[in-house]
Design a protein around this ligand. Sequence first.
Ligand SMILES: *Cc1c(COP(=O)(O)O)cnc(C)c1O
Length: 716
Amino acid sequence: MSKTSPKTRRKKNQANAFDQLAEITSNLWWTWQPQLAPLFQSLNPRAYESANQNPIVALRTCKAARRRALEADPQFVQFVGRAHRELREYLRARTWYAKTHRTQANANVAYFCMEYAVHESLPLYAGGLGVLAGDHLKSASDLGLPFVAVGIYWKRGYGRQRINSAGKQVSGEQLIKPEDTPFSEVRKSGGRPWRLRLAMGSDRVTVRAWRADVGRVPLYLLDTDMPANKPRDRKLTHTLYSGDRDTRIRQEILLGIGGWQLLRALKIPVGACHLNEGHAAFLSLERIAERMKDCGETFAQALRYVRNTSVFTTHTPVPAGNEEFDPALVDHYLSTYQRELKLDHEAFHNLARVKPDNAKENFGMTPLALRTSRYANGVAKLHGEIARKMWSGIFPNKKTSDVPIGHVTNGIHLKTWLHPAMNELLREHLGENWAENQDRNATWKRATRIPNEALWNLHAQFKSELIEFCRQRIERQLRRDPVRGMKLSDVKNILDPNALTIGFARRFATYKRATLIFSDPARLAKILNDKKTPVQLIFAGKAHPADTEGQAFVAEVVRISRMPRFRNRVVFLEDYDMNVARHMVAGVDVWLNNPKRPHEASGTSGMKPALHGGLNLSILDGWWPEGFNGKNGWKIGAGQDHRGTTKDDQRDVASLYKTLEKEVVPLYFKRAHGDVPTDWLARMKNAIQTIPPVFNSHRQVRQYLTKYYLPALKKA
Ligand SMILES: *Cc1c(COP(=O)(O)O)cnc(C)c1O
């Protein structure tokens, strides 16, 4: 026993709370422990918020006096101690995978993706693809899959969005400094930083890497922003989806080829590769070349091996969304592979063409990925069908229905998207362990037990929080960029807690038709401004800085939100990110989704409100044909495809207005028993019962495991 006095012993414990906090914030596990947010915030509220809820910044900037006060607060110390214990237990626990797949080989699945959305303080993402990848990693960690991920450290993230006085989107940059992240630089066993001299055509680019831990899953992020590189090479990893074709191909060489060389250098055993979208498809070329070199295999043998151990997920039915490169650009950067693969020029390019020997075709990353992956899938049932049709040319001997592209419908990581107070309600009524049993229907059936009043009151609380958030954001925006005729003192009148609240938030890609609901302003004004049955709309979303049409959509929504007759009923929130999304999905009554069918591969945003009882009002596109059951939301239209005419838009918007006027609004305001809308609540509960058990990322990851990862791992 040590002879420390009680006083020094207490000192030791006190010092521990901050050490423990440092350990907690070093693993991104905290990103799905939303109950910890108030704790992080208490360290330094201003710094925490201005860094997008970044706990590392809050911890580093916590003032000495504040730190002493917190150290003397037994509740704080206890709370930190509990979180610290939970993290350690999480990392130590025997996982679902370990329990159920004891005899499996332990080689990893290596997951490659251009973007990852793990938390808003690490903006390494643009939209749905990143959110899906982030949620996938979190579930892979929770379930304990042998898993490693590779991406890029986008040091200037993806553009921040400001709305200026004129109502236009202005894109700004942000610097993500390593010291503000939990990233640690990857080192060799001797401790020296790992460096790669990566060939890009005749050039050599120096690459380093950072490691982030997403629970149990290591995420490696490649980085070329180093003094050793020329300015144009340093810029490669500055911003996601920016730059010209030349930049883009080099970014994809970095991800696929650089990423593979990193895993090799770290001697991480890899049994299968998952190419999440075509951006990473150069990976296959590198793996084939390596097999030929190291194992003396022929091209055909090496291709067979790589195919058997590759999984490819395609994410977009929009042709322009499928990456392709000018063949000359590919020759410039990748002609060494033609030699290493011992192929002639045409045979090499045929790997990335739909139709062999068609010299008019560009070098397609999706065909390349499909030709080098035995396992391929779309991200919803409908998308699987579309993808089979779209790529049937690659499989000329097969009927469309036999094209080897399946589907795994996307899901969301529930703990990431769940409001902490909703988590408490679920714990109370579904059971403490609801999350472990999240893909069982029986777990969610119990939602009938939630008392109507409890659910309604909680929902009202979420809606007030959302409205408060909107007002603060608008006020901040108006202080920075004043708008003629809009006074700060009027901000408090924006939005009404009693109004039916509809949310629409997504990237402003044009196929998503953000402005569709404004097609008939007079009719919409009537719906919104009815004194007895008020309705309001909250929008958010970024357009890509190069997408002028998408930016015009943003400007149009902002313009309408500033018109006197819509002013307090239509809001555009700037800078859509995971934080804005979290506020919106908890607080809205209805989630609107009106893409041109079948352009939405899956969409995941509508799954997030459903978890809180929000009701989807959506075109039957993406995941919704699988999710909709007649009682957990509404459909717009009858599942007709959009053939590119204004008639199709008119048909869809007519259905949207009619459904709003005849069904959604009357049901919401039907109040037979006091102020509680019983029939509406029945729908809310139906949504909670039927959507989360299916559209969660645990189910998604388990399906990838059984359909693709395990068969691929067996062939390694
Ligand atoms: C969920 C989410 C998405 C995905 O939205 P979809 O339009 O449904 O694909 C995109 N961005 C953010 C910030 C999200 O939270």
